[in-house]
Write a protein that binds this ligand. Structure first.
Ligand code: PLP
Length: 392
């Protein structure tokens, strides 16, 4: 049975898996101890649960449990990483290399650091959405303390050449940080193989609860240190003080364990559905898939529909299908996405973009319906658009 509306906005967030919720529940009402309480069984139980979650989350990304600290989400993790490293390594250098297509959690933090005296190199990307490795190499200088490049883009799903970037970072002995929020739990992520010193990710993108994230901090080769940004009780090795969100952390752990089990089959299934969706959309004239031909997350499709606007498409569809434009909404008008701009997508097309992101609950039945609905909507909108009717 098809249930409307169909949810195709899994890059924004995912439903918490019911197995995750079941595992979290006792930690609200029965095992409610503070994980820092060392003198009684309530505290020990909470601490044991946090340690198990650390193991599960670490296993998802090829890290050691002691290399995981928990945060409130990837935004916080990115902030802790960028600010913590800039502060601690200030004596060594003041230069960070990042890319123009990063999520705002990295972009705006880097802009803030720039205002405070850091030098930031903003790498361009090609039309394929990826940074040029030669440009990256040329940008490295003696003052470079960090390369910050995301694993996979949240708008287009384009995957960066992370392993090659890791090799370059190692070669130049520069620390490598990646925002892997969209990749973790979806693609094989191995922090050691990728040469990462530090990595941010989030629970709610991988079928865990909202409000919980993680930061991987390498302990060996390299041993990474951060200046604490949140001070207080000294929890989590003094890096991130504050009472641990035990139910959220337990949920994140369970979600990570499930992803490890199902991730590779899920990627194949969703990749096939995404390809079917794209085939269907491409039957329409003037449709462009952004990032097509690049390595992409298997569940993401970012499509531009010529002669229309994202707003009108989304408004016409939102009763039946939950989608997103993938670009920021300012003062009621949709700005063209900075990610698509950086990929040299013309403004008019960038303003006519819709992101379809599939997920664990997406069924094979839904895709033909989505294709039919979108096709019908695009045709109807174009048939009442002077720009379309008067085109050459
Ligand atoms: C690539 C990327 N980084 C960071 C974030 C922020 O994550 P959180 O919602 O956990 O703060 C998101 C969420 O949309 C994202 O897609």
């Amino acid at each position: 049975m098809l249930r409307l509306p169909i949810y195709l906005d899994h890059c924004a967030t995912t439903a918490c898996d019911e197995r995750v919720v079941a595992e979290m529940l006792p930690y609200f009402t029965r095992y409610y101890g503070n994980a820092s309480s060392r003198n009684h069984a309530f505290g020990w139980k909470a601490q044991a649960a946090v340690e198990e979650a650390q193991q599960r989350v670490a296993a998802l990304i090829g890290a050691e449990p002691g290399e995981i600290i928990f945060t409130s989400g990837a935004t916080e993790s990115c902030n802790l990483a960028l600010r913590g490293i800039s502060t601690l390594y200030a004596g060594t250098g003041n230069h960070i290399i990042t890319a123009k297509t990063e999520h705002k959690a990295v972009l705006d933090t880097c802009k803030d650091l720039e205002r405070n005296g850091m030098e930031i190199t903003w790498l361009d990307v090609g039309p394929n959405g990826q940074v040029d490795l030669q440009e990256l190499r040329s940008a490295i200088k003696p003052a470079t303390i960090l390369i910050a490049i995301m694993w996979a883009n949240n708008e287009t799903g384009v995957v960066m050449p992370v392993h090659e970037i890791g090799d370059i970072a190692r070669e130049h002995q520069v620390l490598f940080f990646s925002d892997a929020t969209q990749a973790a739990g979806k693609l094989p992520v191995d922090v050691k193989a990728a040469g990462l010193g530090i990595m941010a990710f989030s629970s709610h993108k991988l079928y865990g609860p909202k409000g919980t994230g993680a930061l991987y901090i390498s302990r060996r080769h390299p041993r990474v240190k951060l200046a604490a940004q949140i001070t207080g009780g000294g929890q989590q090795n003094n890096i991130r003080s504050g009472t641990l969100n035990v139910p959220g952390i337990v949920g994140f752990g369970k979600a990570a364990a499930i992803c490890r089990e199902v991730m590779s089959d899920e990627a194949v299934r969703l990749g096939a559905l995404r390809n079917k969706l794209e085939e269907g959309l491409l039957q329409l004239p003037e449709v462009y898939i952004n990032g097509y031909g690049s390595e992409r997350l298997p569940h993401v499709c970012n499509a531009s529909f010529g002669y229309l606007s994202s707003n009108e498409i989304l408004s016409a569809l939102n009763k039946d299908i939950a989608l997103s434009s993938g670009s920021a909404c300012t003062s009621g008008s949709l700005d063209p996405s900075y990610v698509l701009k950086a990929m040299q997508v013309p403004d008019l097309l960038a303003r006519a973009t819709v992101r379809f992101s599939l997920g664990r609950q997406t069924t094979g039945e839904e895709i033909p319906l989505v294709i039919r609905q979108v096709t019908h909507t695009i045709e109807a909108l174009r048939n009442s658009s002077p720009a379309w009717l008067l085109r050459d």
